[in-house]
Design a protein around this ligand. Structure first.
Ligand code: PRX
Length: 653
């Protein structure tokens, strides 16, 4: 296993001690109120996972019930076979006959300060109008629709509209470049792109429509672009291709019955990085996804009718799909969403919103928590945060120091914290405390949820004893699991189901402590986790070699206090090209343009050659150690001589 992982493992051993039982006042009224209650649920679900998920699915609306709960032929699962349903119906229509009809479904705040609220009835109307708009552009069941939007209610409306008509949405994070957008559109063969003129970020406008114009030039599958007027910036309108959102919906009917869709009907494709260069289109389907997302939102967040729930993720990531959009709406909750940057106009923006909107559940990423911790206690201290009753984290391991700060300074020592482990591929939370039942240990996602057969195993698939480390796997299919990689089932099999026979391999290394708690140690493949976002080292490397001056590159992660990991690129230049600080900046921008700002290397290091094994494999371990050693002192253009290191290594072999 990776060196970095080994180091973390030692770190974990040192700090496993502290344990925080659920606050008694919280446990008293919790859905799952005790350790014993969780154990009972888990045991029953382990005995018959199908029965457990069957009951969860029955809490939702189905046009036609299923014949069979699970059909499993490794590695392909079908859940709720023969059943028909609709996710948009379950998020909206189902709530219209009762007291939730006029309840706030979404409360949105924009960076400049505007606040908009949609009740369930209003959201239903907007979704129906837009769904009919999509139909008028020729969108039919199964067609792919790319969504490239800022974090505005219309992004959620577009997703729900797709789900309503049975179109498959592919949300692309607004921070991705035109090139990354084009690749995703082409891979999914999207017929429509939904975007906006721009979005707000740090007081400036992100020009999304310009990126779409550039992407669409190289995307022949696109027949129409829908543009939301949001930031009000000047844009180019291409006659025959572009349609303003408000004009499209002005001509639409507000009546749009939800399509009766097969439980296995494709719901969305979401691209994520793997260990090879090309992003993978993770495919999720309808019935199983809906069931597990609904169950986990209700139980992990212990969601109540009167909660104001805020998940800070962008719709461009899986968390924004499952726990900003679908999970809360499936449960008839009130979800808050915020479009802009966390520190704009000042470092207390988040706390001011929590106080003003009386947020009661707050779900964010460790990287954000670390940023706030650094800024000091005075900013949250200015605001009344007593509306909060539960906190959550996701995306990467949280260091105990940040966990404790979060609990004390934000949670006022009274809010339980749920550290939730899951992935784009798993669709929903898999390992997590249940807040009224599970004692938390800072840094551990604790235990697999009922109905989830996750374990830590060795290479042969044998469960490791308590107190040991290994590979994190899932041994049985779960309802919200990915069904395949879009257009590449072979890669699906190879990537997830071939490394450890008969089991789903997560790509994470993990350790089980003496209580069976799972501690995630990090990725064991060539995937980086920067601010909770997954980046492939190979994807960045292939972007770099796309530059005319670059001969070869190797990208590794180095530990970063705020972001978890930072991108460090070692670059060799083509003959006759000289390193310079300007070229470093140019290469950093080059990567940002090819992939997006999140992939911009924190550091570029020029080198004469890269250390390789005799078989030509780049010795990443060595590079990681060098990268972790800190920035090169002195001349920023210093060349590193890996020739010698490589020779030394070869002599050792
Ligand atoms: O390495 C794990 C880490 O993030 C990976 C999944 O990334 P992605 O598909 O982008 O989804 C992120 C949001 C669900 C995992 O393989 N990860 C996620 N949550 C945690 C985590 N690592 C430790 N603790 C977590 N709670």
């Amino acid at each position: 296993m990776e060196n970095a992982v080994k180091e973390r493992s030692i770190d974990v051993l040192l700090r496993e001690g502290a344990s925080f039982p659920p606050p008694p006042a919280f446990a008293k009224t919790a859905r799952v109120p005790s350790k014993a209650a969780r154990a009972k649920l888990t045991a029953a679900a382990a005995k018959s996972p199908e029965k457990f998920w069957d009951a969860a699915a029955r809490e939702l609306f189905w046009f036609k019930p299923w014949r069979k709960t699970l059909q499993w032929k490794v590695p392909h699962a079908k859940w709720f076979v023969g059943g028909t349903t609709n996710l948009s119906y379950n998020c909206l229509d189902r709530h219209l006959d009762g007291p939730r009809r006029n309840k706030a479904a979404l409360i949105w705040e924009g960076e400049p300060g505007e606040v908009r609220t949609y009740t369930y009835l209003q959201l239903h109307r907007e979704v129906s109008l837009f769904a009919n708009g999509l139909k008028s552009l020729g969108v039919a069941k199964g067609d792919r629709v790319a969504i490239y939007m800022p974090l505005v209610p219309e992004a959620v409306i577009a997703m729900l509209a797709c789900a309503r008509v049975g179109a498959v949405h592919g949300v692309v994070f607004g921070g991705f470049s035109a090139e990354a957008l084009r690749d995703r559109i082409n891979d999914s063969q999207a017929k429509i792109v939904v975007t906006s003129d721009g979005g707000w970020r740090k007081g400036a406008i992100l020009r999304l429509k310009d990126a779409v114009d550039e992407a669409v030039k190289g995307s022949p599958s696109v027949k129409a672009v829908v543009v939301l007027k949001h930031a009000g910036n000047e844009i180019t309108i291409n006659e025959g291709m572009d349609h303003w959102w408000h004009r499209l919906t002005a001509k639409s009917s507000p009546v749009c019955p939800a399509e009766k869709l097969d439980s296995e009907h494709p719901l969305f494709i979401l691209y994520t990085s793997g260990s090879t260069g090309k992003p993978k289109g993770i495919l999720h389907t309808t019935g199983g996804y809906m069931t597990q997302v609904a169950w986990t939102t209700k139980n992990v967040f212990d969601l109540r009718e009167e909660d104001v729930y805020w998940c800070t993720a962008d719709v461009g990531w899986v968390t924004g799909h499952s726990y900003l959009s679908y999970g809360p709406l499936l449960n008839g909750a009130t979800a808050f969403m915020y479009e802009g940057a966390p520190l704009t106009p000042g470092p207390d923006r988040f706390w001011s919103m929590i106080a003003r909107h009386k947020i009661s559940i707050f779900y964010t990423a460790p990287t954000a928590i670390r940023t706030f911790m650094r800024l000091g206690d005075s900013h949250p201290g200015k605001h009344d945060l007593t509306s909060l009753r539960l906190l959550g984290t996701v995306g990467e391991p949280i260091n105990p120091e940040a966990w404790k700060w979060y609990r004390r300074t934000i949670g006022g020592e009274r809010c339980p914290i749920v550290d939730t482990w899951w992935q784009t591929e798993t669709g929903a939370i898999m390992i997590s405390p249940l807040p009224g039942a599970t004692a938390a240990k800072p840094g551990s996602a604790t235990l697999p949820l009922p109905g989830v057969d996750a374990d830590v195993v060795d290479m042969q698939g044998k469960s490791v004893p308590l107190g040991s480390g290994g590979y994190l796997v899932v041994k049985r299919p779960w309802p919200s699991m990915l069904r395949t990689i879009w257009g590449d089932d072979e890669r699906y099999k190879a990537q997830y189901w071939s490394q450890i026979p008969g089991m789903y391999f997560t790509g994470d290394g993990a350790r089980k402590d003496k209580d069976g708690y799972i501690w995630i140690l990090g990725r064991i493949d060539d995937v980086l986790n920067v601010s909770g976002h997954r980046l492939s080292t190979m994807e960045i490397e292939s972007a770099l070699v796309g530059h005319a001056y670059v001969a070869e590159s190797a990208v590794v992660g180095r530990p970063d206090e705020i972001h978890g990991q930072a991108v460090c690129a070692f670059v060799t230049l083509k003959g006759g090209r000289t390193p310079s600080p300007e070229l470093k900046d140019e290469l950093r921008e080059f990567v940002a343009k090819a992939i997006g700002a999140i992939a911009r290397p924190a550091e570029i290091r020029f080198t004469d050659s890269l250390p390789k094994t005799r078989s030509g494999k780049i010795m990443r371990r060595l590079l990681r150690e060098i990268a972790a050693g800190g920035a090169v002192k002195g001349d920023v253009t210093t060349l590193e001589d890996f020739g010698i290191l490589a020779k030394l290594q070869q002599d050792e072999e």
